[in-house]
Design a protein around this ligand. Structure first.
Ligand SMILES: Cc1cc2nc3c(=O)[nH]c(=O)nc-3n(C[C@H](O)[C@H](O)[C@H](O)COP(=O)(O)OP(=O)(O)OC[C@H]3O[C@@H](n4cnc5c(N)ncnc54)[C@H](O)[C@@H]3O)c2cc1C
Length: 399
């Protein structure tokens, strides 16, 4: 039987995040967006509310909730601002869940547990100046030296680059094997030779931190190799399955925010003697937002359901990410249009929604990459083979 109801625990979680966003993000976000910073205590507060490891099993320091609970957190955070959802996407989606899937018990104890508790922040370093969609073009190298690897290279466009404590970093251990020669490493900020620098002048997600990472002979112990040598490409792609799920869920939250602002404005603003909400062409934009919200949500929760069951869902995740981010981008554009000239100024939040809605159409697989993936699945050119390690299915806590 299919069940579309939230559990009482999920409802409570949604209310908790919503209250937090309304009280601790909404009143300040305009200012944070303008000055390109936010109060770092927000991470402490997210940790206090157990939101940094909501779907990580309790035995590894998390809350032990299901994968759709992570979607709920992402939806509600992005209703506040994309920067906070992006932080959870990289910390939990791209990093912590990847440690849960691929890490050794020692790695989980050392890195996953403090991340799930929110004591340490995790990030994900794949993109390089000459390699985004084309991952196999990365140039960062890791050369074995005794019990260590020596990392050299550079990453760019890394969310939380100047904030995170731990990074999953992808580097070639054997260039001759092409993508089968990429390996994944856990790198700590404090390792000598590591440095980071912020990227300035972004279109959106301005309060969030995005930057570059530099590796100058960074000595990483062999215990920090995640998975086996040469498994890095598969690990990166499986990490993206989790990250994309959170990005899609966040897009649902952005559509909610666009609708909230637009419905309010539709009732306030009058032209030609009636509320603008009474004009059919304005209604068309509202209807398109509602359709986008409902369609995207169904796609996201289906992925959450498959994850809860422990089933591979790369295809479904790609579809959810592509469609939800496109709808969010369209909803933000419509929201500005509904606000007319006022939508074009930061007196209203919708201009920020429009600027924020663009990055998710680019990161974690561009619109074009997901379009190609979907066509290839349908045409039979692409199939998902079983992985050596799978993300654990969700098991409700016994009590
Ligand atoms: C705000 C922000 C945060 C980010 N955070 C992270 C992060 O935390 N970690 C990380 O590793 N990366 C991060 N990224 C990087 C992001 O993942 C890349 O920007 C993305 O993968 C696209 O790569 P690119 O920018 O190099 O574009 P390119 O790959 O150079 O693509 C340029 C254009 O060509 C198109 N294109 C490329 N190949 C094809 C093809 N085969 N067919 C059709 N069209 C194609 C693309 O769709 C795009 O329109 C972030 C980016 C942004 C903007």
């Amino acid at each position: 039987m299919m069940n579309f109801d939230f559990t009482p625990e999920q409802e409570m979680l949604r209310q908790t995040v919503r209250k937090f966003v309304d009280k601790e993000i909404m009143p300040y976000i305009k200012e944070w967006d303008e000055c390109g910073e936010f109060d770092r205590n927000i991470f402490k507060r997210l940790a206090e509310l157990n939101l940094m490891g909501v779907c990580i099993p309790e035995e590894y320091g998390g809350m032990g909730m299901d994968y759709n609970s992570l979607a709920i957190v992402c939806e509600e955070l992005e209703r506040g601002d994309t920067a906070f959802r992006t932080a959870v996407s990289v910390h939990t989606g791209l990093n912590s869940l990847t440690l849960l899937q691929w890490g050794t018990e020692e790695q989980k104890q050392k890195y996953l547990v403090p991340q799930a508790r929110g004591e340490k922040i995790g990030a994900f370093g794949l993109t390089e100046p000459n390699a985004g969609s084309d991952v196999a073009s990365i140039q960062t190298t890791a050369v074995r030296d005794g019990d260590d690897y020596i990392l050299n290279g550079q990453k760019t466009w890394i969310s939380l680059a100047d904030i995170a404590d731990h990074f999953l970093v992808f580097a070639y251990t054997d260039k001759s094997k092409k993508h089968r020669g990429i390996s994944a490493f856990i790198v700590e900020r404090t390792m000598p030779g590591f440095s980071s620098r912020p990227i300035k002048g972004k279109l959106g997600i301005r309060s969030g931190n995005t930057g570059e990472l530099f590796f100058d002979n960074v000595r990483v112990p062999k215990e920090n190799l995640l998975g086996e040598e040469g498994e890095g490409f598969k690990i990166a792609m499986s990490a993206l399955d989790n990250g994309r799920f959170t990005v899609a869920a966040g897009a649902v939250g952005l559509i909610m925010a666009c609708l909230e602002a637009s419905v309010k404005y539709c009732h306030e603003r009058k032209t030609f003697g009636k509320e603008i909400g009474r004009h059919q062409l304005v209604q068309q934009m509202i209807a398109r937002m509602e359709a986008g919200l409902q369609i995207s949500r169904l796609l996201v929760y289906k992925v959450g359901f498959l994850k809860n069951e422990g089933r591979r869902c790369t295809r479904e995740t790609s579809l959810a990410k592509w469609i939800a981010c496109d709808y969010a981008n369209q909803a933000a554009d419509d929201a500005v249009q509904i606000h007319g000239a006022y939508g074009y100024s930061n007196e209203y939040p919708v201009e920020r929604y429009l600027r924020n809605s663009k990055a998710p159409v680019i990161y974690e697989g561009t619109r074009e990459i997901h379009t190609i993936m979907q066509a290839e699945y349908v045409l039979g050119y692409r199939q998902d083979k079983p992985l050596r390690k799978t993300l654990p299915a969700w098991r409700p806590a016994e009590n």
